[in-house]
Design a protein around this ligand. Structure first.
Ligand code: AMP
Length: 410
């Protein structure tokens, strides 16, 4: 057994998974939330392999336990997590983690690969908080608390931006005054890199193709959404930029917008910087257009005949098509197009509409395959399609665990 603990830490909560890397199977997962409050909450799920007589593959049973308790800070949160392991298993004394992997949102231009966490790396992550004020500080709080809870174990930072560090200057440079850009490190960094890497590699493995030979477009469509153009396993373009606000229409974020809209709202509506931040990040996207950030609600509202829901869906799809076309042009055609995350894995109509005009580029989605409610990685294009279209369930935790184990062993 080779257990690796993966931690994804936010400001008032963190999620964790303990994965046995021999079988790449989740042993336990949990959520510690309402950190900083008197009535914190922790839940812990244990997955146990149950061998069934006559069945070669074990099936996995699960049991969840939860607790209410005060959780003043991340250190107390990790104490609650350790208590849950003690009480419900699996025992971390019998099989301690060989590495702890941490999701870190912003690695700037400094971190281009998973990195063993040292005091100097912590200082760098802290310093990069300028670029990600909402994400890096809680990521760091999680790292510091986890290092106290697991002092003898290598801790590894896996950055959301790292996979996109292969972008050429032409793709990552914004056309603004270069001195101002340099002084404030303004450029496109890209996010969801762990997912784009995992999905593009899983797609190549599934198809039995050499990653280095493939031109791929990956649509990561969740509550946050981004698309990446990947040439031979290297990201060459991606829709998110300095922050995860640029690009596609998302659950609550606007994605691409004329920057002059901000100037206009500032001058004409007297909106402050914080109000504009809140507008574009939390009150826009599907929520701003149709009153819900969840595509399932939008679909139900369309069925009820709500026009604003139909418009929201059409704006969402229009943007997907624009990026599909742009990335086909950047790559000079594509071999594989993949859809992943909540919307990408579960919304056949979005997939069909996003690619419906791409017949000229050899993209042909098979309606029955696209609608089939199968789980796991699968082909949804026709046999005649010259571009293979896939649905690939993403697994960012497993990717973080793989990269962390590799660093811990090197
Ligand atoms: P994620 O951020 O990857 O967890 O994705 C969450 C989003 O996926 C939700 O806000 C929904 O918009 C979308 N989603 C989840 N399940 C479905 C589904 N069955 N059909 C359509 N959209 C879904």
């Amino acid at each position: 057994m080779t257990p690796v603990l993966v931690v994804n830490s936010g400001s008032s909560s963190f999620k964790y998974q303990l994965i046995d890397m021999d079988a790449e199977h989740v042993l336990a997962s949990g959520l510690v939330e309402r950190i900083g409050e008197a009535n914190g909450h922790s839940s812990h799920t244990v997955f146990a392999a149950a061998a069934e007589p006559g069945v070669a593959m074990p099936t996995f049973t699960e049991a969840t336990s939860s607790r209410e308790l005060p959780i003043p800070d991340h250190t107390a949160g990790f104490a609650a997590m350790l208590e849950a392991f003690d009480a419900h298993g699996p025992s971390l004394d019998d099989a301690p983690p060989v590495a702890v992997g941490h999701r870190v949102v912003h690695g700037g231009a400094r971190f281009f690969e998973p990195t063993l966490i040292t005091p100097l790396v912590e200082i760098n992550i802290d310093e990069l908080s300028v670029l990600a004020p909402l994400h890096n500080p809680p990521n760091l709080a999680g790292i510091r608390a986890a290092r106290k809870a697991f002092p003898g174990v290598p801790h590894v930072a896996v950055f959301d931006t790292a996979f996109h560090q292969t972008l050429e200057p032409a793709a990552y440079t914004y056309a603004i005054d270069s001195e101002i850009a340099a002084a404030h490190r303004i450029r496109r960094y890209g996010f969801h890199g762990t997912s784009h890497k995992y999905v593009s590699e899983a797609a190549a493995a599934f198809l039995g193709r050499d990653l280095a030979s493939l031109r791929q477009i990956v649509f990561h469509l969740g509550n946050g959404a981004s698309v990446a153009a990947i040439d031979g396993g290297r990201s060459i373009d991606t829709s998110m930029g300095l922050t995860p606000l640029e690009g596609l229409v998302m659950g609550t974020r606007s994605g691409d917008i004329d920057p002059a809209v901000l100037l206009h709202l500032s001058r004409r509506a007297g909106m402050s910087t914080d109000e504009l931040d809140d507008l574009l990040n939390k009150r826009s996207g599907l929520l701003g257009l149709a009153g819900s950030n969840d595509l399932r609600d939008i679909r139900a509202a369309i069925e009820r005949g709500e026009e604003r829901a139909l418009l929201a869906f059409e704006v969402y799809v229009h943007r997907l098509r624009a990026y599909a076309g742009a990335y086909l042009a950047q790559l000079g055609g594509a071999d594989v197009i993949s859809f992943t995350a909540g919307v990408g894995e579960n919304a056949p109509r979005v997939r069909a509409e996003a690619l419906s005009t791409l017949g000229f580029a050899g993209v042909e989605v098979d309606p029955a395959r696209n609608e089939a409610r199968e789980r796991g990685i699968r082909i949804i294009s026709t046999d005649a399609s010259s571009v293979t279209v896939l649905v690939v369930p993403t697994d960012e935790e497993l990717e973080i665990a793989r990269q962390s184990l590799q660093v811990a062993r090197s």
